[in-house]
Write a protein that binds this ligand. Structure first.
Ligand code: BGC
Length: 382
C-alpha cells in the first residue's frame, strides 16, 4: 500500500514537472517589464511614473499626472535608442505644461467655438481658455488631473490603466464621466492607446493623446525633413480663430495634400490662406476610412535615423499640428530649447467643434452607451 502511494506521488511529480517544462518551452521568453518610480507630489497626491520596457528594448514612461507620456525611446536603423517625444526632466515643467506635451486630452480634444454648445435644448458653457474658444477640455482638463493607475500584463504586452471620474459639471460638461485610458506596449514596438468612457447624462466626449514627436530624437532640430503621408482626401478648413468652418474641403492641388509622402517642410511656407492662419499645419484631416476598425491614418519617415512611425486609429480624424506655437521660450529635457517646428503631433480624434456642426460625425455620448476608441503608434525602421 505504502509503496503504491509512493509510486503514485512519484508519477504525479514527474508528470507535473514535465508539464511545467513544456509550458515554459512553448511560451516565448518574456523579458518585458513595468517599473514604478516616484516623480514628485501634487496637492491631490503622489505622482509616479511607470516605465514599460519590451523585449526589444523599446521603453515608454507614463505618469499618473495627466496620463502624460514622459518619454518614449525607440531604436534607429542601427539599433540606437532615442527619446522621440518632447517633454521635461522634472514634474515642475509638466505643472506648467502649456503645449500639453504627451498628455491625455479631454473631455474634448481641440476647440469648441465660443466655449459653448447645446445638448437636448440645454446650453453648456465651458471655460474660454483660448481667446473666445475652449481648448483641450478647458482650464483644468484631463491633462492636469491625477489619474488612478493600475498595471497589468496580458498576451498582447504590458499595460498601465489610468482611470478618472470627471464630476458632473466639471469644466462645464454635463454628466459624471467615468474615463479609462489604457497604454499597452507591445512586443512589435507598438504603443496602443485605448480610450473608454461612460456617462450618467447626455454629454459630448472626444479624447486623444497630445504627444509631440521628433523621430530624430527630442531636441534634435526641427521636423521639416520628416516625410509624411496622411490617408486623407479632405480636411476641415478653419476660420481665423482655428474653428472649423463646417466645410469638408478637398486637399487636392493644395499644400495640404499628404496623400503621397512629402517632407513636412516642403510646402509649409507656401502662399495658402489655411497655412497662413495656422502659421503652419494645424488642421484636422478627414481620414479615408473603409470601416470602423483600426485603419492606417498616417505614416512618418525620418530619413536620417531611418525611424518610421505609423499611426492606426478607429477615429474619423487626425489633427496634424507642426509645433507652430513653439517659439524657443520652453526649455525641455536635458536643457533642450524647443523652437518652432521642433516636433509634430498626430492627434487622432473626432473633428474639432463637432457639437456645433451637425454634419460632423457625432461626439454625443448617452447614458448606457460606452465611448470606445483605439489608436496604435507603430515604430519601425527603414
Ligand atoms: C491644436 C493647436 C494648439 C496645440 C497646443 C493642438 O491640438 O490644434 O492649435 O496650439 O494643440 O495646445
Amino acid at each position: 500500500m505504502k509503496t503504491r502511494n509512493i509510486i503514485i506521488i512519484f508519477l504525479a511529480l514527474v508528470s507535473s514537472v514535465t508539464t511545467l517544462a513544456l509550458l515554459q518551452a512553448s511560451s516565448p521568453q518574456r523579458k518585458h517589464v513595468i517599473k514604478k518610480q516616484a516623480f514628485g507630489t501634487v496637492p491631490e497626491g503622489p505622482v509616479d511614473f511607470y516605465i514599460m520596457t519590451n523585449s526589444r528594448g523599446m521603453d515608454v514612461r507614463a505618469m499618473n499626472y495627466g496620463g502624460i507620456i514622459v518619454s518614449l525611446r525607440v531604436p534607429d536603423k542601427k539599433g540606437v535608442l532615442a527619446d522621440v517625444v518632447l517633454g521635461f526632466d522634472a514634474l515642475d515643467g509638466y505643472l506648467n505644461n502649456k503645449p500639453y506635451f504627451g498628455a491625455i486630452i479631454g473631455r474634448y480634444a481641440n476647440r469648441i467655438a465660443n466655449g459653448k454648445f447645446t445638448l437636448n435644448g440645454v446650453e453648456c458653457r465651458l471655460a474660454r481658455n483660448h481667446g473666445m474658444n475652449s481648448l483641450h477640455g478647458g482650464l483644468r482638463g484631463f491633462d492636469k488631473v491625477l489619474w488612478h493607475c493600475e498595471q497589468f500584463e496580458n498576451n498582447q504586452g504590458i499595460s498601465v490603466v489610468f482611470t478618472y471620474t470627471s464630476k458632473d459639471g466639471e469644466e462645464g460638461y454635463p454628466g459624471n464621466l467615468k474615463t479609462k485610458v489604457t497604454y499597452t506596449l507591445m512586443e512589435q514596438n507598438e504603443l496602443q492607446i485605448e480610450y473608454e468612457a461612460t456617462t450618467d447624462k447626455v454629454t459630448s466626449v472626444n479624447l486623444t493623446n497630445h504627444s509631440y514627436f521628433n523621430l530624430k530624437g527630442e531636441g534634435n532640430g526641427d521636423i521639416l525633413k520628416h516625410e509624411l503621408m496622411l490617408n486623407a482626401d479632405r480636411f476641415t478648413p478653419v476660420d481665423s480663430t482655428l474653428i472649423p468652418t463646417g466645410e469638408l474641403r478637398s486637399v487636392a492641388g493644395t499644400p495640404i495634400d499628404f496623400n503621397k509622402p512629402t517632407a513636412i517642410g516642403a510646402r509649409i511656407d507656401a502662399n495658402n490662406e489655411q497655412l497662413a492662419i495656422a502659421h503652419g499645419y494645424d488642421h484636422n484631416f478627414v481620414l479615408d476610412r473603409k470601416g470602423t476598425g483600426l485603419e492606417l491614418a498616417g505614416r512618418v519617415d525620418e530619413p536620417q535615423s531611418g525611424r518610421v512611425l505609423e499611426v492606426y486609429t478607429t477615429e474619423p480624424g487626425v489633427q496634424l499640428y507642426t509645433g507652430n506655437f513653439l517659439d524657443g521660450t520652453i526649455t525641455g529635457k536635458h536643457g533642450h530649447v524647443y523652437n518652432k517646428h521642433a516636433a509634430f503631433c498626430l492627434e487622432t480624434q473626432h473633428f474639432p467643434d463637432s457639437p456645433n456642426h451637425p454634419n460632423f460625425p457625432s461626439t454625443i455620448l448617452k447614458p448606457g452607451q460606452t465611448y470606445h476608441s483605439r489608436t496604435v503608434y507603430k515604430f519601425s525602421t527603414e
